[in-house]
Ligand binder design. Structure first.
Ligand code: FAD
Length: 304
């Protein structure tokens, strides 16, 4: 077997074994809504295990998140997961949202503490009469119904965590409350992810820690945002995007290659489940999945 055959053989094997999910955010305008639905329609044939819809900072998108999640449940064959946070609402208000998901047949919630209304980096304070943190919210969700609950994890620790031990203790509390999957903040250095998972396993926590993969649509914007989320941007990554600010096409090709490389390397380290932050755009996520050997399955046909 020559080198090329071996590589493409390994890729199609990868495609067969991978599990994927996609994350979207609720659109603000009619045009953005169309682009979201375009992305959902394009990515659906890749048979994701689920697609999730975020909940705006400060709880600002409660209705929009709810409407999109319900529409995905009603109009597509994909399983939706609704993000939900503790911010800006009483327990009763959050419980109403949870009950209404149960009534619409949505049984997967991504439970988060959330960021305050002024966004990432703002000071968090629990709402009067609200859930105090993500672990408290997970427990509340499990009390209301038989939901699958996913949570966040931070390979480079959450920026508010004083150390990894505190961070992993918070993860443990969420798992003890009933969460069964963690999805990570995005990262670019797979060694950081691997050593985080080792720490988590050493702490006796064995739920899947699904890596969150961010295809880079705009390097400059991503680098600004990353600083506030605690995700580091390695110099080698900056070098790869150097000079491409105004060269959209090359930027896109480089971004697809980098993310495919990252996922392939993780797969070779034994990871087979990936969550893509799509930014409501299908092109990069679709291209990356294609490079990994994933192929569309006609809707209604069994992916297996
Ligand atoms: P937690 O897991 O509760 O806490 C994060 C860390 O903060 C802990 O590990 C802990 O070390 C520290 N910490 C928190 N409370 C305490 C305490 N009392 N004492 C000591 N340390 C403490 N935000 C949104 O607004 N909407 C979304 O839809 C959304 N989706 C996300 C999806 C994923 C996969 C990820 C990774 C993040 C998402 N976020 C979202 C961002 C998230 O809300 C923020 O990172 C927020 O600051 C923390 O929420 P959490 O649930 O991750 O917090």
């Amino acid at each position: 077997m020559n080198h090329n055959t071996e590589r493409s053989g390994r890729r199609s094997q990868t495609g067969n074994k991978l599990k994927i999910s996609f994350e979207f955010f609720p659109p603000k305008t009619k045009e953005m809504e169309e682009s979201l639905w375009g992305a959902v329609t394009r990515l659906a044939p890749l048979s994701p295990s689920f697609v999730s819809v975020t909940y705006g900072a400060g709880g600002s998108t409660r209705e929009r998140t709810h409407d999109i999640v319900e529409r995905i449940a009603k109009e597509t064959s994909i399983k939706p997961a609704a993000h939900l946070t503790c911010v800006g609402a009483t327990k009763e208000e959050v419980d109403d949202v949870i009950r209404s998901y149960a009534q619409s047949g949505v049984n997967h919630i991504v439970a988060l503490r959330g960021d305050p209304a002024d966004g990432v980096g703002g000071r968090y304070a629990p709402h009067d009469g609200g859930y105090t943190n993500a672990a408290d919210l997970v427990a509340g969700i499990k009390e209301i119904g038989d939901f699958e609950v996913s949570i966040s994890a931070y390979p480079e620790k959450h920026p508010e965590s004083p150390d990894f031990a505190t961070d992993i203790e918070m993860l443990r509390q969420k798992v003890d409350a009933g969460a069964t999957r963690a999805i990570t903040q995005f990262f670019f250095d797979n060694d950081l992810y691997e050593s985080y998972v080792e720490r988590v396993r050493r702490a006796g926590i064995f739920i899947p820690i699904v890596p969150g993969i961010l295809p880079i649509h705009n390097f400059k914007q991503m680098a600004n945002f990353a600083g506030r989320t605690g995700a580091s941007v390695p110099q080698w990554l900056a070098n790869r995007f150097e000079g491409l600010d105004n060269d959209v096409e090359t930027h896109r090709l480089v971004a697809a290659a980098i993310a495919a490389e990252q996922v392939q390397d993780l797969f070779e380290r034994g990871v087979d489940d990936f969550h893509f932050y799509t930014m409501n755009r299908a092109n990069l996520s679709y291209a990356i999945c294609h490079l990994l050997g994933m192929r569309p399955v006609a809707q209604g046909q069994d992916a297996a």
